[in-house]
Design a protein around this ligand. Structure first.
Ligand SMILES: [Zn+2]
Length: 338
């Protein structure tokens, strides 16, 4: 297993966000990635490499030009309009979307409207180092993808911030750039082959679903807490659209789901959907917030389950890129990830 990591994530360190109307500590903190990299190094999981730089082009295959430009300058523009230097958080959201093209019906050029034009919630807090950390996270995922393309059987992209809630032009849920989506598209563009994205984070990967909803490549499969955040997406009825119909597979599982039921459902969806799709590559959105002790997630998996999840994923027998997503039980995160 090759591991790709960079210290740059530490530049993204929001201090707070709002949950249930309260100002709470931001759970997506630098110590998460440090816990995992420490476990990786201690247990000698594999060689740890720095990412290469692939520039903005692969990001723009997934995210809109306007959104990339917004994120690049979001913090400095926020400071210019007198925003709190500790956190760029929108106060007004652009909800008037055209359902056909999922774009704004009316756009506001007002400088105060920018943050709310490019986010679907208040949890993707932007600070001074957010863009460079999110950019680096994508480069980490791309480097992992490049190595798997080059013949490695598996590579682990230790990305932070996570990405799977982020849509084409929207941040949300601690996510800015969708690193797993960029890595999958990179492999598709490079090889013309089929790719599967398997999302095992506790939360539904609404961003990834939205990006590929009308495509048949990649296949998108998500197992997640039923009805939990991001609340409005993740039902079994969301099966894709147009030529993508049937290539979006949601497996919502009840809050409290244990090892046995989780592994049983994972095995079923691997056998019934992922293996028959016969993709050349697999990209795993690796959330570890399915762990019972996770302060954000709602399943009751024990640490033993993560070994079994890895074993089941290995039964697909295709080269695999693991992209780190959520997981907030910092002290167990390293061992669960390893
Ligand atoms: Zn999550």
């Amino acid at each position: 297993m090759l591991v790709i990591y960079s210290e740059k994530h530490k530049e993204h360190n929001p201090k707070f966000y709002f949950a249930l109307g309260r100002m709470e500590n931001f759970p997506e903190m630098p110590s998460r990635a440090e816990s995992v990299i420490n476990a990786v190094r201690k247990r000698e999981v594999g060689k740890v490499l720095q990412p290469n730089d692939y520039g903005l082009d692969p990001i723009k295959r997934i995210h809109s030009e306007q959104y990339v430009e917004y994120l690049q300058h979001a913090y400095e523009n926020w400071i210019k309009i007198g925003g709190n230097p500790e956190a760029c958080i929108p106060d007004t959201f652009a909800i008037n979307l055209d359902p056909q093209v999922k774009q704004l019906v009316t756009e506001s050029k007002n400088k105060y409207a920018q943050a709310g034009s490019f986010a679907f919630d208040t949890a993707a807090v932007i600070t001074k180092g957010t863009f460079s950390a999110a950019y680096e996270a994508v480069q980490i995922a791309l480097t992992a993808a490049e190595n798997v393309f080059g013949g490695m059987n598996a590579a682990f992209a230790l990305c932070r911030p996570p990405g799977h809630h982020s849509e084409t032009s929207l941040a949300g849920g601690f996510c800015y750039f969708n690193s797993a989506a960029v890595a999958a598209q990179y492999l598709i563009d490079k090889t013309g082959e089929k790719v599967t994205i398997l999302d095992v984070d506790y939360h539904h990967g609404n961003g990834t679903q939205s990006i590929f909803y009308e495509k048949r490549n990649p296949l998108f499969v998500s197992l997640h807490g039923k009805g939990d955040y991001p609340y409005f997406w993740g039902s079994e009825q969301e099966e894709g659209k147009g030529e993508g119909l049937g290539f979006n597979v949601n497996v919502p599982l009840p809050v409290g789901t244990n090892n046995e039921d989780y592994l049983d459902n994972l095995k079923k969806v691997i056998d019934s959907k992922i293996v028959p799709y016969q993709s050349r590559y697999l990209v795993v959105s690796l959330g570890l917030d399915t762990f019972g002790g996770d302060p954000v997630g709602g399943f009751s998996l024990t640490s033993d389950a993560f070994y079994e999840i890895g074993r089941l994923i290995a039964t697909v027998k295709v080269p695999t890129v693991f992209v780190m997503e959520g997981g907030y039980a910092v002290s167990e995160l390293g061992d669960n990830g390893r």
